[in-house]
Design a protein. Structure first.
Length: 110
């Protein structure tokens, strides 16, 4: 019985005693960053696998039309899995989310 009372109190005290901070925290750190961007078209590698891995708007539209209920267009565009599953469970947001996706695909905002 003592242990059942002791453990919650112990963890409560540990949790709040170690979570101390004095605000505002002032930090003085300076960093310098330089970026050089070069555009070498010769450095890009074109392989059949790399070309197949690209995103095509019309393939996404076909996926939306034929397999939209399974969020195939979203999987194809590599959208986050959690949102894709939510899309499937809500039937494309009762169609509204699906129509918004189609508009975004056609306007290249997807």
């Amino acid at each position: 019985m003592r242990l059942k009372l002791f453990l919650p109190v112990f963890f409560f005290l540990i949790a709040f005693s170690t979570a101390e901070a004095s605000f505002p925290v002032k930090r003085a750190a300076t960093t310098e960053q330089s970026t050089t961007i070069t555009n070498d078209s010769e450095s890009e590698l074109f392989t059949p696998a790399a070309a197949a891995a690209g995103y095509d708007k019309w393939v996404a539209v076909a996926f939306w039309f034929f397999l939209g209920i399974f969020a195939a267009h979203r999987w194809y565009a590599k959208k986050p899995a959690g949102w894709n599953i939510l899309f499937i469970l809500t039937l494309g947001g009762l169609g509204i989310w699906a129509i918004v996706d189609l508009i975004n695909i056609l306007t290249d905002n997807f």
